[in-house]
Design a protein around this ligand. Structure first.
Ligand SMILES: Nc1ncnc2c1ncn2[C@@H]1O[C@H](COP(=O)(O)OP(=O)(O)O)[C@@H](O)[C@H]1O
Ligand SMILES: [Mg+2]
Length: 252
């Protein structure tokens, strides 16, 4: 199952992605976390690991990637994910691991003036399309803010979309848009309410397509402080474990 985690900037996508990865790992599912956000560098921090080499860099950066992409007859091993492969077949430097959770990063914006991020979208799509998942394997894709990956068509390679909704009008509007686009792409999409205080949960639900809401995560100061101090995620809530159970029941 390939899950894409979406939502507006700062709503809690990366935090949720790491917690969901842990929750599935605890259930015994093999988990791969894919960092597909070219503009943020926080996932390794949240996991308490050194960042792996990103896939784009392993192809020689955007320039090398474009050259390889345009090769008509790539030599064996040089094609860009032209055949199905497992995570074990990736270059070792591109895969980091922590507590049984593996992680890869598509690519990051590293340099001033390096050009647009479209090649990252192409690579994300090809990687996800070619990835052979293990039995009961879960791939969690942490995406960049907004709806760029819907426009790029990355969600074509995804089985389910999770939109993280924080208590802002902006998030409600984005949730509406994502619901529409998911329908057009014929993909299931669910909402997770995040940073929720008891008094506002009902207000949030009122602004959303209720049948898509599958979980609520309370505002959690333990998590917030760990993030503020740059420590790996800690949490005082089991809400994400419950969400993993719901997803496993509905989708596995
Ligand atoms: N449930 C929560 N309670 C308190 N703070 C949270 C919660 N979820 C996320 N945060 C905080 O919100 C901020 C943004 O989270 P992050 O996961 O980086 O968002 P995104 O990846 O969507 O940009 C971080 O400071 C994080 O600790
Ligand atoms: Mg993030």
């Amino acid at each position: 199952m390939k899950i894409m985690v979406c939502g507006k900037g700062g709503c809690g996508k990366s935090t949720f992605s790491v917690l969901l990865a842990r929750a599935f790992q605890k259930r015994g599912n093999p988990v791969l976390l894919v960092d597909a956000d070219e503009s943020n560098f926080g996932i390794p921090h949240l996991m308490g690991i050194e960042p792996p080499q990103d896939l784009m860099a392993s192809f020689g950066g955007k320039k090398g990637f474009k050259e390889k992409l345009n090769q008509k007859f790539p030599a064996d091993g040089e094609g860009i994910f032209i055949r199905k492969q497992t995570i074990d077949e990736l270059p070792g430097a591109c895969v980091a691991a922590s507590d049984g959770i593996r992680m890869v990063s598509i690519g990051k914006i590293h340099h001033f003036g390096e050009g647009c991020a479209c090649p990252m979208g192409i690579l994300a799509k090809k990687f996800l399309a070619s990835l052979k998942t293990e039995k009961d394997g879960i791939v969690i894709v942490d995406s960049e803010a907004g709806v760029e990956h819907f426009g790029r068509g990355v969600i074509a390679e995804i089985d389910v979309i999770l939109d993280i909704v924080d208590p802002t009008a902006e998030s409600f509007l984005l949730a509406g848009k994502m619901g529409e686009m998911a329908e057009a792409a014929q993909k299931p999409a669910f909402f997770i309410l995040n940073k929720v205080e008891p008094a506002i949960e009902a207000i949030m639900v009122r602004h959303l397509d209720q049948k898509r809401v599958i979980g609520t995560i309370p505002r959690d100061d333990v998590m917030f402080m760990a993030s503020l101090e740059g420590r790996p995620i800690e949490t005082s809530t089991g809400a994400v474990d419950a969400i993993a159970e719901v997803l496993a029941e509905q989708l596995l």
